[in-house]
Design a protein around this ligand. Structure first.
Ligand code: FMN
Length: 207
């Protein structure tokens, strides 16, 4: 067990980044790169579900969970600590560990359902459950279309419990010129939501 004060400077943030099996591997990669590069971030706890690995292979060609952060970011990620999906004994599974925020990006309807119903049957669901009980920021970047009534009810349930439902929907008014720009703008909005505003983010009406 590492001591948080050994790597966390005053004011620095500790974030959990969870990747599930919804479409949107590029969003996870962009979020990981941004968190790793951000001097305000001390530690990133990374968890990917088996389905996330399946989708990552499909969308990016990345295979396996060994050194996943490095593969996603394209360079070494010394701030990132990766945990096994089934390891409900990891630090982030306990409310005593000082996480500031958790982002599930992308968030599948399956994981949304698990969180909405408090299943805590894997590390992603458990860490999210802990964020809700400890009143910490939990951002769920849900992706599915169209949405059925079960999806909608589960989104209502998590929102009532304190999570932010942050659907993967691009901002067309920013006039993105590429998919990369669209992905970056979306991820920057997510990071701003947990207090990590990005200096180069698109801001409507700025001079
Ligand atoms: C290529 C691919 C794309 C998928 N896209 C989505 C999606 O956008 N949203 C979603 O809810 N599920 C999607 N799924 C299905 C989930 O991966 C599946 O429901 C899985 O059980 C979710 O498990 P997890 O929440 O533990 O990651 C996709 C599956 C594959 C193989």
């Amino acid at each position: 067990m590492e001591l948080t004060h050994s790597y966390r400077k005053p004011g620095q943030t500790i974030v959990t980044l969870a990747i599930t099996g919804a479409s949107g591997a590029a969003l996870a990669a962009e979020a990981l790169r941004a968190l790793e590069a951000d001097a305000r971030v001390a530690r990133v706890h990374l968890v990917a579900s088996p389905s996330a690995l399946r989708v990552l292979a499909e969308e990016t060609g990345i295979s396996g969970r060994i050194d996943l952060a490095e593969k996603l970011a394209g360079h070494p990620c010394p701030k990132v600590l990766q945990h096994a999906h089934e390891d409900v004994g990891a630090a982030i599974a306990s409310g005593s560990y000082p996480i500031d925020a958790m982002i599930v990006i992308p968030c599948s309807m399956g994981t949304l359902a698990g969180i909405a119903h408090g299943l805590a049957s894997n590390l992603i669901e458990r860490a999210a459950d802990v964020c809700l009980k400890e009143r910490r920021k939990l951002v769920l970047c849900v992706r599915e279309t169209p949405l059925n009534l079960i999806h909608l009810r589960n989104m209502t349930a998590v929102a009532e419990a304190g999570a932010t439902v942050f659907p993967v929907v691009p901002a067309f008014y920013a006039k993105p010129q590429s998919m990369e720009e669209m992905v970056r703008t979306y991820v920057q909005r997510v990071l701003a939501h947990i207090g990590l505003e990005q200096s180069d983010a698109y801001v409507w009406g700025s001079e």
